[in-house]
Design a protein around this ligand. Structure first.
Ligand code: ADP
Length: 184
């Protein structure tokens, strides 16, 4: 099963992706986590993307697409995966479509986690993960980037009839229950 977990910053994608990973025994791939690990370990990729993540803007499409294609070719993803944070632009979505096609594979579900903007800001500013992009100013930038560059990705998958919208307000378990029912 190949799943895209989609939604604005602070919608709870990472939390729900981890629960899904345990429930369905398929790995979770978070592009944000990969970039943060690269920055922490000062790898060439980390050095390249640090200032971009700090600003709340997006890493260039080609860098992300190459990274994801490389990662998904690993054995552990052969029986499926949960994507979190990718695709984040229409260019990335088109590249992912081609990737699936060339691997004779397909997307099984596109789950949109819906949360109102005031709630997103509250959640991010109170989660205290110490992320350098979790300040009020950076959160505003990330939400604006989401509206302008990422939301159009939804329309891309609406055209394919794949989008399932899930109410992202409630307890972690309630939301997880909704996602599970959408997937079965
Ligand atoms: P959030 O959803 O809370 O904003 P992520 O962990 O998904 O956080 O992403 C953090 C940052 O990593 C983004 O603001 C962006 O700079 C970079 N990033 C992650 N995924 C992508 C992507 N698919 N394309 C471009 N940049 C990305």
């Amino acid at each position: 099963m190949n799943i895209i977990l989609f939604g604005p910053p602070g919608a709870g994608k990472g939390t729900q992706a981890k629960l899904l990973q345990d429930e369905f025994s398929i790995p979770h791939l978070s592009t944000g986590d990969i970039f943060r690990a690269a920055i922490k370990n000062k790898t060439p990729l980390g050095v390249k993307v640090k200032s971009i993540l700090d600003s709340g803007e997006l890493v260039p499409d080609q860098t992300v697409v190459d990274l994801v294609a490389d990662e998904l070719s690993k054995d552990k993803y052969q029986d499926g995966y949960i994507l979190d944070g990718f695709p984040r632009t229409v260019v990335q979505a088109e590249a992912f479509d081609s990737f699936l096609e060339s691997n004779n594979d397909k997307l099984d579900a596109f789950i949109l986690l819906s949360v109102p903007e005031e709630e997103l800001i509250k959640r991010i500013l109170s989660r205290g993960e110490g992320r350098s992009d979790d300040t009020e100013e950076k959160v505003k930038t990330r939400l604006q980037v989401y509206r302008e560059e990422t939301q159009p990705v939804m329309k891309h998958y609406e055209k394919q009839g794949k989008v399932q919208e899930i109410d992202g307000i409630g307890t972690i378990d309630e939301i997880f229950g909704r996602i599970k029912s959408a997937l079965t």
